[in-house]
Design a protein around this ligand. Structure first.
Ligand code: SAM
Length: 214
């Protein structure tokens, strides 16, 4: 997947200008209604949900390897930032201290607990479903290593009957295995007909949303 090309051409069908309705429906499951929870946005793009939660007093960490996306996030939300080189990810971290938002601009697969740990919650939309199938195990190993034990991760999971990904199909059994769960995760929602899905024009595709506590 040519993510850089998408950002350079401005073709990001996944990006939503407004806060994702399913995020709004399930945000309390992600923060568990804590004050100042530390929330992780893997493969974050310029997701507007990050600033939404920061404004509610939470601490936000994202990881995104395309610099255009990271800069657009700060610029479009009129947030200033400082950058610092982070050798572990061969990139920089962009930070707005006042609003407690950090985005690591580098490869997720180089991210880990030496940089950030103890996340209270995760919104994983366009992360696990976007990586290549043979990268899923590494993806979830990193996720488990940075989350607090038992912390919630609300994850979007596509069900597409036709076509190649991303997003790639994912079954509940795979999630159970990848996150070492004793029982299948709770299915909290589904979305058969969002604007995003219409724009992707994949017949019969829809999304499930699961809450994973690993
Ligand atoms: C489908 S988009 C989802 C963006 C965001 N989560 C949202 O809801 O709008 C996937 C994003 O992951 C980024 N990405 C893909 N592979 C990555 C990697 N290995 N490390 C960091 N970012 C990555 C892409 O540049 C793209 O912005």
């Amino acid at each position: 997947m040519d993510w850089k090309g998408c950002w350079e051409k401005g073709t990001m069908p996944w990006h939503m200008e407004d806060v994702h309705p399913k995020f709004l429906s399930h945000v309390d499951k992600i923060t568990e209604k804590k004050n100042n929870a530390k929330i992780f946005f893997p493969l974050c793009g310029k997701a507007v949900e990050m600033f939404y939660l920061a404004k509610k007093g939470h601490t936000i960490v994202g990881v995104e390897y395309i610099e255009i996306a990271v800069k657009q996030f700060f610029d479009e939300n009129k947030l200033s930032y400082k950058t610092k080189h982070v050798p572990e990810i061969d990139g920089d971290v962009y930070e707005n201290e006042e609003n407690r938002i950090k985005i690591y601009c580098g490869d997720y697969f180089k991210f880990g607990p030496t940089l950030e740990t103890n996340f209270d919650g995760v919104w994983d939309r366009g992360g696990l479903e976007a990586v290549l199938i043979d990268e899923r195990e590494k993806y979830t190993e990193i996720m488990k290593s940075v989350m607090k034990r038992g912390a919630p991760c609300v994850t979007e999971v596509p069900d597409r009957p036709v076509g190649e990904g991303p997003p790639f199909n994912l079954t509940v059994n795979e999630i159970t295995h990848l996150y070492d769960l004793k029982a299948p995760p709770e299915k909290v929602d589904y979305d058969p007909a969002s604007e995003i899905l219409k724009s992707m024009n994949v017949d019969g595709m829809f999304y499930y949303y699961y809450k994973i506590n690993s």
